[in-house]
Design a protein around this ligand. Structure first.
Ligand code: F6R
Length: 365
């Protein structure tokens, strides 16, 4: 049942290229995103003035990537909320707003309640769900199924990947509907998205051994920091959660520019730092933050693309993912973060697929 893999998690990490293909290909018609089978048309999209993305855990982190991508392309404000906060905050949502609920299981109690509240307040709801026929899927106004396939490992990997894929498709269509990108630009983005499955496969083949080695170096760490800027920051939130869940090592993700406002005081030689730097305009800024932590003794693992090489003054370990279109780099750069979590947990002898205290579906609040 694990198809020759030792754990479901690593099997599911390898299934990601196929999951992406299944999720995006049926939603592309003549080179353009087409979400009409999900109840989403260009005319409908034009009307939305604000977007709220509401979810829990990993699904909320997929929403963070969505925020950066949608705001950048469609120039519409996107608010990302934790479902358990949103539902008790008397949130500022109403008519003209679109509330996107992201959920692998479609049964998460807080996400379900948040969706009901959004409807009650007059907003339109769009659910992005993996489990067919689940409560959230049934109750939403519009529905995009992710086709990750069943996810067995408690720590979500392929479901997150396809949630991001859908965020991109949605952002492309929304930006086009809002007149912020031309048809040509939209087609070019879509054609790059179609290349992602092969690029993810290439990434897996390229970095597996490096990530295994990095995992073995983190075996005795007590605490780690993840840093990045922009999309890399959104991604580092998920990297940090993955590590916590299965390796039981404490970690936090920080916007790299925020470090010097307090957190840098934690840096010693015993605090490894994983820096994600795949965004060109932010590269120099992030690298200067990396140098700051390195100068204070941190063991640094840097994730960047293969066009960048850095010396020992910057990082102790460098994991280079293939170079690809910048907007889409999160779909490649998440892979080393998943693998580092996996191999760290493996070196520590943990129960990878069933981490302590966690359940796959959180149906109570
Ligand atoms: C982490 C993880 C959880 C879920 C969260 C929401 O790996 O799986 O953080 O993402 O419990 O679950 P869904 O997506 O089913 O609503």
């Amino acid at each position: 049942e694990k198809g020759g893999y030792p754990h479901f998690m690593i099997k599911e990490i390898h299934e990601q290229p196929d999951s992406i293909k299944r999720t995006i290909i049926p939603r592309i018609v003549n080179g353009m995103p087409d979400l009409s089978e999900c109840g989403i048309t260009v005319e409908k999209l034009r009307e939305f003035k604000n977007i709220h993305i509401v979810a829990c855990g990993t699904a909320m982190h997929a929403g963070m990537v969505g925020k950066y991508v949608i705001e950048q392309l469609a120039r519409v404000p996107v608010n990302v909320d934790i479902a358990s906060e949103f539902r008790y905050r008397n949130p500022l949502v109403g008519e003209g707003d679109l509330v996107i609920i992201i959920s692998q299981s479609g049964e998460t109690a807080d996400s379900k309640a948040a969706m009901a509240l959004a409807k009650e307040y007059g907003a339109k709801t769009l659910a992005i769900v993996n489990a067919k026929g689940s409560s959230i899927a049934r109750e939403a106004d519009m529905l995009i199924y992710t086709h990750a396939g069943p996810e067995i490992a408690v720590a979500s990997t392929k479901a997150y990947m396809v949630q991001i894929a859908v965020m991109y498709l949605f952002a492309f269509q929304f930006a086009f509907a809002k007149g912020k990108i031309t048809e040509e630009e939209c087609k070019s983005l879509v054609s790059s998205l179609l290349e992602v499955p092969d690029k993810v496969k290439e990434t897996l083949d390229k970095i597996m051994d490096d990530c295994q080695y990095v995992g073995s170096t983190l075996i005795n760490a007590d605490s780690l920091l993840y840093i990045g800027r922009g999309l890399d920051y959104a991604l580092s939130m998920e990297g940090s959660l993955k590590l916590k869940e299965i390796s039981y090592i404490h970690s936090e993700s920080y916007a790299a520019g925020e470090l010097k406002h307090g957190t840098i005081s934690l840096i010693t030689k015993d605090m490894p730092v994983i820096a994600v730097a795949t965004q060109n305009q932010l590269l120099e800024k992030t690298i200067s933050n990396v140098k700051e932590v390195k100068a204070r003794g941190a063991y640094v693992i840097l994730i960047c693309d293969e066009d960048n090489t850095f010396g020992e003054d910057v990082a102790d370990q460098i994991i280079q993912v293939p170079k690809f279109r910048e907007e889409l780099m999160p779909m490649l750069a998440i892979v080393p973060l998943q693998l580092i979590a996996y191999y760290t947990a493996l070196s520590r002898g943990n129960d990878i697929d069933k981490p302590r205290n966690l359940a796959k579906s959180v149906t109570v609040e």
